[in-house]
Design a protein around this ligand. Structure first.
Ligand SMILES: [Fe+2]
Length: 293
């Protein structure tokens, strides 16, 4: 696949860190117009109380309004397992189209079964406004974006490249953070390694914006790196680590990891493009499948 790379377009990137889930959401503005996209938004959830609030999403919305921007797209790099997407909440306030990778159908099939959803849960991606395949393009104002299919962490992961800035989701973390786990249903460590190579094949100076950072060893939270830095220093794949080395390491590490605190609500909401499921009386309601994850 040859991608339409254009490093001369340098979008303005505004990060919004969510401390509860260690997620970085982004407002990305086309340098040539007042159009923008939001990448990987977050709802606030107190799971023990079953309470959803909107402080983080309201911060994104307030900034878009204050800067007088038009929101073209609300992008999900993948179906997150650790936080709930605020995509429909933001869409209701600001408009924009919600986009995700076309392999969402695989994710919906897997988790539709796991949560024993009935036939009213469509497994055709129709909850989203756009489904992206490898190499697809779309516009934010005058800025062309292209997508790279990067499965491994989940089956529907996509990297979105906007000018000289690539939004890598959980394909890579900061160099000292390494990579995301590959043991969720539909994940695969070897596939993740292959996807990471696609990102590392981008130009050295491409800016990379990551979705999560945990501040390893007490360093401050960070979200921006480059292809060159990842190639040289990423602790899981940098310095020419082989696929075999990566798969062995990743598999051993993943076996030690606990499930993310919000995986059960996150999957149910995010496979519906951020809508909370409803019970037969139309009330928002979540399920907890026992001994299934
Ligand atoms: Fe993730």
């Amino acid at each position: 696949m040859s991608y339409p790379i254009d490093l001369s377009v340098k979008p303005d990137v505004s990060p919004h860190f969510d401390a509860a889930s260690n997620t970085i959401s982004y407002i990305v503005k086309d340098p040539a117009s007042d159009h923008c996209a939001i990448v990987d938004s977050v709802l606030d959830m107190d799971y023990a109380a079953g309470r959803i609030t909107y402080d983080h999403a309201d911060g994104l919305i307030a900034e878009v309004r204050e800067r007088g921007l038009t929101l073209d797209w609300i992008i999900e790099t993948h179906v997150h397992a650790d936080h709930l997407s605020a995509a429909p909440y933001i869409q209701e306030k600001l408009g924009g189209r919600i986009g995700v990778g076309a392999q969402i159908l695989v994710v919906q099939e897997t988790f539709g079964k796991l949560f024993n959803e009935g036939t009213e849960f469509q497994r055709d991606g129709s909850q989203f406004d756009a489904l992206f395949e490898d190499g697809d393009t779309y516009m934010i104002g005058d800025m062309q974006v292209f997508t790279i299919y990067t499965p491994g962490h989940t089956p529907a992961c996509m990297v979105h490249v906007m000018g000289d800035a690539a939004f890598v989701g959980d394909t890579l973390f900061m160099p000292d953070g390494g990579s995301a786990r590959a043991d969720f249903p539909g994940g695969d460590a070897g596939t993740l390694y292959d996807s990471i190579q696609k990102v590392l094949a981008l130009p050295d100076e491409m800016r990379l914006f990551i979705c999560h950072d945990y501040g390893p060893d007490g360093r401050e939270i960070a979200w921006e790196t480059t292809v060159a830095e990842e190639k040289a220093h990423n602790i899981h794949v940098g310095g020419g680590k082989t696929r075999e080395e990566f798969v062995r390491f990743r598999t051993e590490r993943d076996a030690t990891l606990a499930m993310p605190r919000l995986i059960i609500p996150s999957l149910q909401v995010n496979m519906r493009a951020g809508e909370v499921p409803k019970d037969k009386d139309g009330r928002p309601m979540l399920k907890v499948p026992i001994n299934r994850l």
